[in-house]
Design a protein around this ligand. Structure first.
Ligand code: DUC
Ligand code: ZN
Ligand code: ZN
Length: 489
């Protein structure tokens, strides 16, 4: 019997990319897309996608997995549970973190997270390296060595007592990134404002989870974005601003991009679908909706949607950071914590794509092509995974989601596959859900069952790529031609 031309054919689906939609069969060979056409010859396996959409597997570019927090607690998920949860939600690539805490050796940290991922991941992965201790050793020896191994994003915090790097540390990291052609991702909020407000609120007895939102004044975001962008322009280093939550923040980014700066920006479902009012619950219940920055107002949601529509923001990631509602997570400081003692973060790796599909396609905001762009193609391009990931094209990895656009799913606590034990979206019904998910041509989810083995995900080494390339618009004080010859790069 002659060999089939394809290992698998996905037949008669409605294929969508960030630019096109068409009815076609997709032929898969050796984990990659080998043919897109009508009436392709038979594959060894066949998947009927009639009345379904065929979409690129999602890329979640911001997820905290098995990560140790500065307070010493670990996220509820293992690599296995987080990536399985991702796959059930239609995500086939994740960018998670290797988190250096102060005093830690970055080489060891990255090695440790890589070992965890290698053991557990069921989808493909790559890392952002969190730097909280940007010493000379870290920046001049470890960062170059790790970038050469394919770890080409550095992440820094401008807030959190034990994580923030301060203005000089931020400049040091921006400069190291420029030297190594890496991108810098930033959690940008004004530390002093948040720290001061947190203390004042607790001092006066305002300790419930809802006061977490008040302790992160909205202006702390625009101020930090403005300072960060000034520093990035000064060093001539591209940046990605994580989890934009306010209208003013969007405005600052729009102005910077209008001046031609390489400022990329991300938001998350919590800033599109939740508001500060979600934290206003009896007792400690509001802790389940606590994340930083906090959810804001409906007017911010609208401004963020507009920012996505106009391209000021390019990516929607989950910022998955699950903590169980018990002593292992949200209540780790005891049964009666004030909001400052409660871990920040929400589960979201599985709900990200369905929530966005429901809003963008089923309810019609921005449409199917933009959904694909925000959830897969744009993160692939910015993080230099494209064209291997993020689209449906000949030669690309066969990371494909066969999506049922009409399936209605009521979200409830416990129905998702992460280990938080709750979803902040419980009570919502979404229309559209992933049916079958393939990663490099292998079925990883089918009929509600996981079919992939732990450790079957692979590491995706990345260089910085086009997004991380500087503009070569040197600030006068950094330009030897204009600073009396001082060479600072
Ligand atoms: N905020 C962060 O900065 N990281 C993880 C989760 C969160 O809410
Ligand atoms: Zn953050
Ligand atoms: Zn985060």
């Amino acid at each position: 019997m002659p060999h089939a031309a394809f290992d698998c054919v996905i037949r008669a689906g409605h294929v969508a990319t960030a630019v096109d939609e068409f009815d076609a069969d997709i032929g898969i060979k050796n984990g990659a897309i080998a043919a897109i056409g009508r009436d392709l010859s038979a594959g060894t396996a066949e998947i009927d996608a009639k009345d379904k959409l065929v979409l690129p597997g999602g890329i979640d570019a911001h997820a905290h997995i098995e990560q140790l927090s500065s307070a010493g607690i670990v996220n509820a998920d293992s690599f296995e549970s987080a990536t399985a949860s991702a796959a059930f939600g239609g995500t086939t690539t994740v960018i998670c973190f290797a988190a250096q805490h102060r005093g830690m050796n970055l080489m060891t940290v990255v090695g440790d997270y890589m070992a965890l991922a290698r053991k557990g991941a069921v989808i493909d992965y790559t890392l952002h390296m969190i730097l909280t201790d940007p010493t000379k050793l870290t920046l001049e020896e470890h960062v170059p060595a790790l970038v050469a191994q394919g770890h080409s994003t550095l992440k820094v915090f401008m807030t959190y007592d034990l994580m923030q790097v301060g203005d000089e540390g931020l400049l040091d990291v921006l400069l190291a990134a420029r030297r190594n052609k890496a991108l810098v991702c930033v959690h940008a909020e004004n530390h002093g404002l948040i720290s001061w407000m947190g203390k004042k609120l607790v001092e006066k007895g305002y300790t419930a989870p809802k006061y977490h939102t008040v302790s992160h004044p909205r202006g702390s975001e625009a101020e930090a974005f403005t300072r960060l962008i000034a520093f990035a322009e000064f060093i001539d280093q591209p940046i990605m601003i994580f989890h934009v939550s306010t209208a003013e923040g969007v405005e600052v980014i729009r102005r910077a991009r209008g001046r031609g700066l390489k400022v990329f920006a991300e938001t998350c479902p919590q800033y599109l679908f939740m508001t500060a009012k979600d934290l206003d619950k009896p007792g400690l219940e509001g802790a389940k909706w606590m994340c930083s920055p906090p959810p804001r107002a409906e007017s911010d949601q609208e401004a963020i949607w507009q920012g996505l529509a106009l391209g000021d923001l390019q990516v929607v990631s989950s910022d998955h950071a699950p903590y169980a509602f018990d002593a292992s997570g949200k209540l780790s400081a005891g049964p009666n914590p004030n909001f400052k003692q409660i871990a920040n973060g929400l589960p979201g790796i599985e709900a990200r794509m369905p929530l966005l599909f429901d809003a963008m396609v089923s309810k019609g905001r921005l449409g199917l092509a933009k959904f694909v762009e925000l959830t897969a193609t744009a993160p692939a391009k910015i993080y230099n995974l494209y064209p291997r990931k993020g689209s449906i094209a000949i030669g690309a990895d066969a990371d494909l989601v066969i999506w049922d656009p009409s399936r209605k799913v009521a979200l409830t606590d416990g129905m998702l596959h992460d280990r938080a034990g709750y979803t902040p979206y419980a009570g919502r019904t979404v229309t559209g859900w992933p049916d079958t998910v393939l990663r490099r041509g292998e079925v990883v989810v089918r009929a509600g069952k996981l079919a992939a083995k732990p450790g079957s995900g692979v590491f995706l080494p990345r260089a910085g790529g086009a997004a991380a390339a500087p503009l070569n618009r040197l600030a006068g004080d950094m330009d030897p031609a204009r600073n009396f010859g001082a060479r600072l790069y």
